[in-house]
Design a protein around this ligand. Structure first.
Ligand code: ADP
Ligand code: MG
Length: 147
């Protein structure tokens, strides 16, 4: 089953992320896909707020993953946009994050699709310019339902 949300401001996308962060449980993996500038990081910032993380969350530019320990659960924020090869994921020890006690959010997850467990949740963010510049369609579904 796919749940679809429509947002019209960055704040609404942030609040959707927050509501999911509030409900997050250890071991969850959220895969965030959508073009550059659709709101994957905004969603992640809301999610972090929902976990109670107060530290500022930005896209990890020089590292593939950034860990935040200030909330109810550890949060691992991946941005794999610049990854060259999935072996780089092995090198950073991604399995400790995916199968650990925290929650993972992965921007551009399709670039590492072969590593994603079937238990992950897929979040796809799309623009529809005819509905306005700030309109976003956010589809959320369990990965196992997409197969
Ligand atoms: P991404 O991580 O997907 O590349 P960002 O989250 O960094 O994108 O940036 C999204 C940009 O789009 C921000 O500048 C934000 O203010 C803007 N924006 C406009 N409308 C929305 C919306 N409805 N939801 C999320 N971001 C929006
Ligand atoms: Mg981003």
């Amino acid at each position: 089953m796919t749940n679809v949300w429509e947002t019209h401001t960055p704040e609404e996308t942030f609040e959707l992320g927050r509501s999911l962060g509030e409900k997050a449980v250890a071991g969850q993996i959220y895969c965030l896909d959508g073009d550059l500038g659709t709101g994957k990081t905004v969603f992640t910032q809301g999610f972090a707020a929902g976990l109670g993380i107060e530290e500022p969350v930005n896209s990890p530019t020089f590292t593939i993953v950034q860990q935040y320990d200030g909330g109810r659960l550890p949060m691992y924020h991946f941005d794999v946009y610049r990854i060259g090869d999935v072996e780089e994921m092995e090198e950073i020890g991604y399995e400790d994050c995916f199968y650990g006690e925290g929650v993972c959010l992965i921007e551009w997850s399709l670039l590492i699709r072969e590593l994603l467990p079937r238990t992950a949740v897929r979040v796809v963010i799309e623009k529809e310019l005819e509905k306005g510049f700030d309109y976003r369609k956010i589809s959320i579904e369990n990965m196992r339902d997409t197969e």
